[in-house]
Design a protein around this ligand. Structure first.
Ligand SMILES: O=C(O)c1ccccc1NCC(=O)[C@H](O)[C@H](O)COP(=O)(O)O
Length: 215
């Protein structure tokens, strides 16, 4: 595939295998106890052991401290960290230094000021993940909410970036086209219920993304 697709919030061997078989480039594991997708580090480690080398396992954390991240890495050998809380640019730089892994910083987008704020992370993050802004109450991500893709159309970025937020097999092609994305991330849009990934939806999402990337 000429673009990248990350399936986030996986927790079973079947859905990991289906994601790999259908061409996912990245798979995400959520380490956030309040999430319906939360996974124990040892369980994530078992799933990571199934991955071929070309698929990047990503650990999603929310404002996690060093000890928490170290405990995750001890059992789940991911190749990338996803900082999905209100981590400052300084904290992102610190995470890269401490753990020696690339860091993808998630930024919630609702208006042009958020787009400007996302640029503040270009100097310190390896990748950006442009997501819908989370509601004040509820989870900081994985809410199945989309943002106005026009806000980032024609925006130039000095780092690779993923488009996320409420993408589904039905909307991902249009989102890629409008935003000009070369990488997309999905969680709720490939679930039959919160935290329950659906193999058919994963296949449909990857097929839709792939055909749009190849346009
Ligand atoms: O998935 C969660 O439960 C979660 C919890 C806390 C922070 C982030 C979380 N998920 C983020 C993602 O899975 C995605 O990177 C992104 O937000 C897109 O999610 P969705 O809108 O559900 O496709």
């Amino acid at each position: 595939m000429s673009g990248f697709v990350k399936i986030c919030g996986l927790s079973t061997a079947e859905t990991v295998d289906a994601s790999v078989a259908r061409g996912a480039s990245h798979v995400g594991f959520v380490f956030y106890p309040r999430s319906p997708r939360n996974i124990a580090p040892a369980a994530a480690g078992n799933l990571i052991a199934r991955l071929p080398d070309h698929v990047v396992p990503v650990a999603l954390t929310v404002d996690a401290d060093d000890a928490t991240i170290a405990a995750i890495l001890a059992e789940a050998p991911v190749k990338m960290l996803q900082a999905h809380g209100s981590e400052s640019p300084e904290r992102v730089a610190d995470l890269r230094r401490r753990f020696g892994l690339p860091v993808m910083k998630a930024i919630g987008i609702a208006d042009p000021a958020d787009v400007a704020r996302a640029h503040d992370y270009e100097a310190v993050a390896d990748l950006l993940l442009l997501d819908a802004k989370a509601p004040k109450k509820g989870l900081p991500g994985g809410n199945g909410l989309a943002f106005d893709w026009g806000l980032i159309a024609n925006e130039g970025w000095s780092r690779p970036w993923f488009l996320a937020g409420g993408l589904t097999p039905d909307t991902v092609a249009e989102a890629i086209r409008i935003a000009g994305a070369r990488a997309v991330d999905v969680s709720s849009g490939v679930e039959s219920a919160p935290g329950v990934k659906d193999i058919g939806l994963i296949a449909a999402f990857l097929a839709a993304a792939r055909s749009q990337f190849e346009e």
